[in-house]
Ligand binder design. Structure first.
Ligand SMILES: Cc1cc2nc3c(=O)[nH]c(=O)nc-3n(C[C@H](O)[C@H](O)[C@H](O)COP(=O)(O)O)c2cc1C
Length: 322
C-alpha cells in the first residue's frame, strides 16, 4: 500500500514531517544538504547572527544518559554574510526539501534586516530565534519572551518586512506557554514551535564543578527525556491557537513523530537524536512512519493530526499556566 507522508503547514507542503531543527548540524549549507538528501521534509540552519559569534567557552555540550544532551552553545555561528555566500553554491542542490533559515537579532531593527537577508538567500521559511536574549530599551540584556508587548512588536515588524512564512520557536518555561503562543499568533506568525526545554545543570562529582564551560554553568536540556512534556505542550497549544503547531523536543523515532502528530503537531523539529545517531537515522525514522501507516491501512499521515485532543476537554487545564 502506498502511503502519503506529506504534510501541509499553511501554504508550505513538506514531503514528510521530519525537520532537522536549528543547531550545529545545520551550521553550514552543505550539512543541511546532507539531511535533505537523507530525506528530511525540511532542514534548518543554525541560528545566524549579523556578525560571526564564537559562542560560550568549551565545553559547550555535555552528553547525558537516556538520550539527553545539555548545551550552552551561546549561538556560535559564522555570521549571516558568510553563510549566505556559501548558500549561493548550495541552495539549488537542496531539492524536494524546504529550507528554514533561523536568525537572531539583539534589537527589532536587527531582526528585521536579518529576516530580509534570510529571504534573499532563498529561505522557504524564516525562524526567529526569540529564545536568544535582546538588548532592552534601558540597554540591558533581557529575554524577548518576558515582555509580550515587545515580542508582539518584534513579530509584527518582521511580518511587515518579509513575505516568507514565519515560524517562531519559543521556550515554554515558567507557565507562559499559552500566553506566548497567543501573542505570536496575534502578531502574525504562520506557525508556532513550542519547545518545552528547561534550564539544567551537570556536575562533575569529583570536583563539584559544573561540566558546562559557560560562566553561568547552566544550559538547555534537549533529547528523549523531554518527549512527554512536549506532547502535553503540543496538545495544549493546539487547543489554544489556530495557527499550525510544530513540535520540538524529545523526538527520537518515527513512532515518536506519529505521537506528536496525534497530539496535534503538523511536523517535528528534531536535533539531538541526529547528533547521537547520525544522518542515516532519518531513513530509519521514515521507514518506521511508513510501517505504522501500512500496518493500520492509513493512507495519509495527515489523517493522524490532532486525534488525541478529540479525547480531551476543549479547554486546557490551566493549573500549569499563568
Ligand atoms: C547543541 C544544540 C544546539 C542548538 N542550537 C539551536 C539554535 O541555534 N537555534 C535554535 O533555534 N535551536 C537550537 N537548538 C534547539 C533544537 O533546534 C531543538 O529545538 C531542540 O534540540 C529540541 O529538539 P530535540 O530534543 O530533538 O533535540 C539546539 C539544540 C542543540 C541540541
Amino acid at each position: 500500500m502506498a502511503v502519503d507522508l506529506s504534510v501541509h503547514i499553511g501554504n508550505i507542503v513538506l514531503r514528510n514531517p521530519i525537520i532537522l531543527g536549528p543547531g550545529p548540524l545545520g551550521r553550514r549549507p552543505t550539512s543541511m544538504r546532507r539531511f535533505a538528501e537523507a530525506g528530511c521534509g525540511a532542514v534548518a540552519s543554525k541560528t545566524l547572527s549579523s556578525q560571526p559569534w564564537k559562542g560560550n567557552p568549551e565545553p559547550k555540550r555535555v552528553r547525558l544518559p537516556y538520550g539527553a544532551l545539555l548545551n550552552a552553545e551561546g549561538a556560535p555561528n559564522i555570521g549571516i554574510r558568510a553563510f549566505s555566500e556559501q548558500m549561493k553554491k548550495t541552495r539549488s542542490e537542496i531539492r524536494d526539501c524546504k529550507v528554514i533559515v533561523s536568525v537572531v537579532g539583539k534589537t527589532i531593527e536587527e531582526f528585521v534586516s536579518m529576516a530580509v537577508e534570510a529571504g534573499k538567500m532563498g529561505a522557504d521559511i524564516i525562524d526567529l530565534d526569540i529564545t536568544c536574549p535582546n538588548v532592552s530599551d534601558k540597554g540591558e540584556i533581557d529575554s524577548w519572551q518576558k515582555d509580550l508587548g515587545l515580542l508582539e512588536r518584534l513579530v509584527r515588524s518582521v511580518r511587515r518586512a518579509v513575505k516568507v512564512p514565519l515560524w517562531i520557536k519559543f521556550i515554554s518555561a515558567y507557565g507562559t506557554l499559552l500566553s506566548i503562543a497567543k501573542t505570536l499568533e496575534k502578531a502574525g506568525a504562520d506557525a508556532v514551535v513550542p519547545f518545552v526545554s528547561i534550564g539544567a545543570m551537570a556536575i562533575d562529582p569529583e570536583t563539584g564543578r559544573p561540566l558546562l564551560g559557560c560562566r553561568q554553568g547552566v544550559g538547555v536540556l534537549t533529547g528523549a527525556p523531554l518527549k512527554h512534556a512536549e506532547l502535553k505542550a503540543v496538545a495544549d497549544v493546539c487547543r489554544t491557537v489556530n495557527v499550525p503547531v510544530i513540535a520540538t523536543g524529545g523526538c527520537s523515532s518515527g513512532s515518536d513523530v506519529i505521537e506528536f502528530l496525534l497530539a496535534g503537531a503538523r511536523a517535528v523539529e528534531t536535533h539531538t537524536v541526529f547528533m547521537y545517531e547520525g544522518v542515516g537515522y532519518v531513513e530509519r525514522m521514515i521507514a518506521e512512519m511508513r510501517e505504522y501507516l501500512e500496518k493500520r491501512g492509513i493512507p495519509r499521515i495527515e489523517d493522524l493530526v490532532g486525534r488525541t485532543p478529540e479525547y480531551l476537554p476543549k479547554e486546557t487545564f490551566t493549573f500549569w499556566y499563568r
